[in-house]
Design a binder for this molecule. Structure first.
Ligand code: ZN
Ligand code: ZN
Length: 338
């Protein structure tokens, strides 16, 4: 029956019609080859006809395979927005971070200018800083910024866009921006405190957090000197969560990230400078390990993880310095009993 059907096709297809499946044009000498395998002679005829140069039997030029239907691609405007957003979120804060740290590094490596070095909190430490340790720190910081933070921001961008396009035209009002900063700070305090305390668990400390504590007297760059896991869990997530939940504008996110990097650098810089926020709290954490886990100190107060700190000289110095006299001179350490 099958061979008969094939024969029937041979008879029925009009002579000058292109077959809808094979694309072969039929003629009096060229046969429609719906099912050539049923007629070996037809296969032979087809091959012979092609070798003889019958144009109607030439294999039609290969058609490019039909492209599968694609989801609509992003427009150029959207791509520009995404690029601008990722730049704003990463490059501007990084530039701020490195500019500020470059100033501190001059003092860390040379001890000059004296105007800065006289405000050192842990006197006698990092004078000057160990060059090999510094190189290792710079490498780790660059890795965290470009291999961890940057891809993380790109990966999170669709979420940011879904919850509130960061590149929308309307800027937030100043009041809303201030409210956002307050909410971001509170979220960071909670997330940083608990993730930081978790990293001090013996099971995690040795493998992850010990790296950050290699510096018992920290310098500005140590703010991003951490194991990659810690960098994600304790540095990035507390920072990103606020803007994500609030559906923030690019301007708010960029400002928040820059401010967070500035405050983190200042809290690690090792200098208690006039008219700048006190770094005594986190400096004490690097010195004693089991005190002062948070950023603001609110949760440390509630959990009682700042009791030793409150009895220390560092606590007395934990104020905004409004004069030019270093606090290590105006509130000197108690002489050790012999
Ligand atoms: Zn630290
Ligand atoms: Zn710690």
């Amino acid at each position: 029956m099958r061979s008969l059907e094939g024969m029937w096709t041979l008879v029925e297809v009009p002579s000058a019609q292109e077959h809808k499946y094979t694309g072969v044009r039929s003629s009096s000498s060229a046969l429609c080859l719906c099912e050539p395998q049923t007629f070996p002679c037809i296969t032979w005829l087809r091959r012979a006809s092609r070798q003889l140069g019958n144009p109607s039997q030439r294999r039609p030029p290969a058609r490019p395979p039909a492209r599968p239907e694609r989801a609509p691609t992003r427009t150029l405007g959207e791509q520009r927005s995404a690029t601008a957003a990722c730049r704003g979120i990463t490059q501007v804060p990084n530039l701020v971070f490195w500019s500020l740290n470059a100033l501190f590094l001059v003092s860390d490596t040379s001890g000059k200018p004296n105007f800065i070095s006289r405000y050192r909190i842990q006197i006698g430490k990092n004078e000057p800083v160990d060059p090999e340790k510094l190189r290792q720190t710079i490498r780790a910081v660059l890795f965290n910024q470009f291999v961890i933070s940057f891809p993380m921001v790109i990966a999170l961008y669709p979420l940011l866009k879904r919850w509130g396009d960061p590149c929308r035209r309307e800027l937030p009002t100043f009041h809303w921006f201030l409210l956002e900063l307050v909410i971001f700070t509170l979220i960071e305090e909670v997330m940083f405190y608990y993730s930081h305390r978790l990293l001090h668990h013996p099971a995690l400390y040795k493998k992850i957090h010990k790296k950050h504590h290699e510096w018992t007297a920290s310098i500005g760059l140590v703010s991003l000197y951490a194991h990659p896991v810690e960098h994600v869990v304790s540095n990035m997530v507390p920072l990103v969560l606020g803007p994500l939940l609030m559906g923030s504008h690019l301007s708010s996110i960029t400002t928040w990230f820059s401010l967070a990097l500035i405050t983190s650098t200042l809290s690690h810089c090792g200098y208690h400078l006039p008219f700048l926020p006190s770094p005594e709290f986190h400096d004490y954490h690097h010195l004693k390990f089991t005190q002062c886990y948070g950023v603001l100190g609110v949760l440390d107060h509630l959990h009682g993880t700042d009791t030793m700190f409150k009895q220390s000289k560092a606590y007395e110095r934990h104020v905004l310095l409004l004069g030019l006299t270093p606090l290590s001179e105006s509130i000197p350490d108690t002489p050790k009993m012999k």
